[in-house]
Design a protein around this ligand. Structure first.
Ligand code: ATP
Ligand code: MG
Length: 561
């Protein structure tokens, strides 16, 4: 399948089947409303991108709506910086929520009122056990729970205590509000779950106004209901919470009840997708920030040079299912390569330079070659590439004692310079002390300017090059996988022990052909024979260009299992 041609609109999966059925039976009066509900306590990553593509993709396919809701009901770790980054990265992925931006924190008053209603119905109570006791009373899979001694408080007492909790009269942990459901339910989630807690911590939006905060299970379903969400799509770990979701909604919402549907989260090999772990990598300096090109964040992939289309195609290719699995990161890299192959102009750059002197080419002379920017796309235009007496080639493209079948430059051999002449080896100059090769001397065949040698001899190899007099020096950063094992979070011990020590290699000076003078941060190219590279959006300066390697031309990772 050509992933570039697939798109979310034509796809089907079990969620779209549920929606198709709902449309047939007239559930939700034919309305489709989804939401993407990130907590602003970190940058979004490729797993979130899967959820973004799913929720916005469904809205687009069915002519429905998709809200962006910041699920900001826990003040710890939430911030405006994260809100801004989330909005920016969703836009970059190609999705738009229009005027449908919401914050769960805007519902604090209404959620409080809902909680009061539950108390008045006799379905919630203030519990004064501490956290350890609550856990102990809850029981486990084999043992039913025990009822809290505070379960029988009167409605009046509960209302009074809850009002005083809100007023800030108690310390953190002194009391909680719990739903009164069933302490012997086989589903532990239903054993009188905590729905409000005291937390005297300022909130990035509501400041010190609130000292009690609703728990996820209480806030999420009611936020969905308040926004008229029809299909509340979340990851599998919430499957056990669905009865609670439904219970709360049934108690408090008369009509237009939302429906929770769970799908398997994305797990990607050689990376971690837990916000807690990603925060650790950033805060402890293992990477250079949330947008470090090695990070699986949208910001990191964007800086690395991954394209929104490649990421959307990846999400379409992996699809949505009910079973968790580990998707190989090479699938993502394949989608990136496939997209860039279509769109990235070609150009020449030398990463590990070796000087080549063309002995029979006059000093001071230069000439220009017209080169296509894309071999299959004439509409992408041409550029001129200068040639002169001194060139750079890759160190790898010359070998003094080559193995058999070596097709590049070597003693006694000829090679084609891409887009230019055929050259023949003459001699080498070595550093007297180190024995390192510092210069290769060659001669060129003037008759090969526009084609193969007229005498019919075969030239097997083609190498890339840059004219030294015209070259632009640059720094090039070669990225590899951040971890050296497929499932770092699943290994024993600290996941950081499995970081790949060679995930970043900085090469400088590298030499670029002069057409790169027009490069601006974000531009992506195929460096011929090397891979796809992107002008870095953080450190690029016109007089000191920095490029990131997005992905090699081919899958080259050798699994060290
Ligand atoms: P936390 O561990 O802090 O709960 P989270 O990754 O679940 O982190 P949220 O901000 O709650 O973060 O996630 C927003 C939405 O993205 C949720 O609907 C969640 O189900 C979805 N999501 C998060 N991680 C993945 C993943 N790996 N694959 C698919 N969807 C994901
Ligand atoms: Mg979450």
């Amino acid at each position: 399948m050509n992933t570039a041609q697939s798109n979310t609109a034509s796809q089907s999966d079990f969620i779209r089947e549920i929606i198709d059925d709902d449309l047939k039976t007239g559930k939700h009066e034919g309305r489709i409303a989804t939401r993407f509900p990130p907590e602003p306590n970190g940058y979004i990553h490729i797993g979130h991108a899967k959820s973004v593509c799913l929720n916005f993709g469904i809205a687009a396919r069915y002519g429905g709506t998709c809200n962006l809701r910041l699920d900001d009901t826990d003040p710890s770790g939430e911030s405006l910086e994260y809100v801004d980054s989330i909005k920016d990265n969703i836009h970059w992925l190609g999705f738009d929520w229009g005027d449908r931006l919401f914050f769960a924190s805007d519902y604090f008053e209404r959620l409080y009122q809902f909680a009061c209603e539950l108390i008045k119905m006799g379905k919630a109570y203030v519990c004064s056990l501490n956290a350890d006791e609550i856990r102990e009373y809850r029981g486990n899979f084999t043992e039913p729970g025990k009822e809290s001694p505070y379960r029988s408080r009167s409605i009046e007492e509960n209302l009074e205590l809850f009002t005083r909790m809100r007023a800030g009269e108690f310390e953190d942990g002194a009391h909680v509000l719990r739903a009164k459901i069933d302490m012997s339910s086989p589903n532990i989630v239903m054993r009188d779950p905590v729905i409000y807690r005291i937390k005297r911590e300022p909130h990035y939006r509501t400041g010190a106004k609130w000292v009690i905060y609703p728990m996820y299970d209480f806030a999420h379903c009611l936020s969905d209901a308040l926004e008229g969400i029809t299909h509340s799509i979340c990851t599998l770990e919430f499957e056990n919470n669905r009865p609670l979701y439904d219970w709360i909604v049934e108690q408090l919402i008369e009509s237009h009840r939302p429906q929770q549907i769970e799908f398997a989260r994305l797990n990607l090999s050689y990376t971690v997708l837990s916000k807690r772990m990603l925060i650790e990598l950033v805060e402890e300096g293992y990477v250079k920030g949330w947008d470090d090109p090695r990070m699986p964040t949208v910001a990191g992939m964007r800086r690395r040079g991954y394209t929104p289309r490649a990421i959307r195609n990846f999400c379409a290719v992996i699809g949505v299912a009910k079973n968790e699995n580990l998707v190989d990161i090479s699938v993502l890299e394949h989608c990136v390569r496939e997209d860039l192959n279509e769109t990235a102009p070609r150009a020449m750059a030398v990463l590990k330079p070796l000087r080549v002197v063309i002995d029979n080419y006059p000093e001071g002379k230069s000439e220009e070659f017209e080169c296509a920017n894309h071999p299959q796309k004439p509409e992408m235009g041409m550029r001129t590439v200068p040639f002169s007496r001194i060139l750079y080639i890759e160190q790898d493209d010359f070998q003094e004692n080559p193995p058999g079948k070596y097709k590049r430059l070597a003693p006694g051999q000829e090679v084609r310079l891409r887009n230019s002449y055929v050259i023949r080896y003459e001699s080498i100059v070595k550093d007297q002390k180190s024995g390192e090769i510092v210069e290769v001397h060659c001669t060129y065949d003037a008759e090969t300017r526009n084609g193969p040698p007229p005498d019919g001899r075969k030239i097997k190899g083609v190498i890339h090059w840059v004219s030294a007099a015209h070259a632009i020096p640059a720094e090039i950063r070669i990225y590899d996988r951040l971890f050296r094992v497929p499932d770092p979070a699943g290994e024993s011990g600290d996941f950081k022990d499995y970081l790949n020590p060679d995930s970043l290699e900085v090469l400088s000076p590298c030499y670029l052909e002069p057409s790169f003078k027009d490069a601006v941060p974000g531009n992506a190219y195929q460096f011929e024979r090397l891979g796809y590279f992107c002008a870095d959006s953080g450190d690029f300066l016109p007089d000191r260009p920095v490029f990131n390697r997005i992905v090699a031309l081919r899958e080259s990772w050798v699994k060290n299992s």
